[in-house]
Design a protein around this ligand. Sequence first.
Ligand code: NAD
Length: 343
Amino acid sequence: MTGRTLLVTGGMGFIGSNFVHYWLAHHSKDRIVNLDALTYAGNPDNTASLEHLPNYRLVQGDIADVQCVQRVFQEEAIDIVVHFAAESHVDRSIADPQLFVRTNVLGTQSLLEEARRQGVSKFVHVSTDEVYGTLGKEGLFTESTPLAPNSPYSASKAGSDLLARAYYETYSLPVVITRCSNNYGPYQFPEKLIPTIITRALQNQRIPVYGDGLNIRDWLYVEDHCSAIECVIQSGTPGHVYNIGGGNERTNLEIVRTILAEIGKPESLIEFVADRLGHDLRYAIDAGKLQHELGWRPRYKLEQGLKLTVAWYLEHEAWWRKLLPQAASNKVLNAAADEGDVL
Ligand SMILES: NC(=O)c1ccc[n+]([C@@H]2O[C@H](COP(=O)([O-])OP(=O)(O)OC[C@H]3O[C@@H](n4cnc5c(N)ncnc54)[C@H](O)[C@@H]3O)[C@@H](O)[C@H]2O)c1
């Protein structure tokens, strides 16, 4: 498969920028148009090394601005849409739910509509396991688990999933929905759990952990998420949902302890803080469909991925130090961790 044009939305954020790097490294004949509003989470440094490439174009624009989306589709012959752009931080959604509805629901609808009008060969809607709500101590989310989102963030993502589904059912737009567990790795904004732990530990600062720290998340190294999306682009069946996860369930406290040990910092840095409102207890993904039907396998075990991530933050201190004032402006920051965020 060569010479296609991909519209990647949110390609300046954490997963989107990893995906743009991954795709151009593995599919150098394809062209990427990166549509990103450059919110606080969109960082030009993430893709600076790609700017010189003739097959890469950044368009600064808002997915909820219909005219802007129409313009991009008129200027570029888009074959495939990979839709990452979103407001993604649970704590911010508790503080300002309306922004999440605007970007995640209305923004997704404007992309679906233009993709339908222009015609694309695939529309990958990148969603999250948080749309399934929370699990008790047992069980896994499958693709048929009912949607039961608990935060304004996950509710807005669930809304966008339903619109994506409706565009397949009503207009036969070749939509594929992916629902991934918590990601970690390079270029993750330091308001999220793992970079918060790493960057605070490196500065000998206290590491706030919500509640008793026993909330469980299922972690996936971001490169494995990119390879899963690649698999879905190439072989995913339109109208289907694919869960993505690495089978790496850990309590937040275990994650903090592993990272402190990796960096060589004491556990006395841990500080338990009041729990997040509506804090989901446990997420865990059954990714069997993606593995059995499309042959995807994660490459990295959690301990290996964490080592790589700590090494990346050690090597890129200038990158994350620049972001600290912005991360600190999130009032509820440093008390959290979902969507890779809080602790
Ligand atoms: N981070 C995770 O652990 C995780 C897990 C599963 C699914 N997801 C999903 O993956 C996607 C990317 O997540 P992320 O962690 O990289 O998010 P992020 O917050 O790091 O990046 C979001 C990007 O979207 C851009 N954006 C925001 N609003 C926009 C708008 N109105 N128009 C255009 N661009 C806009 C931002 O500038 C930023 O570059 C999201 O859809 C999220 O729901 C994330």
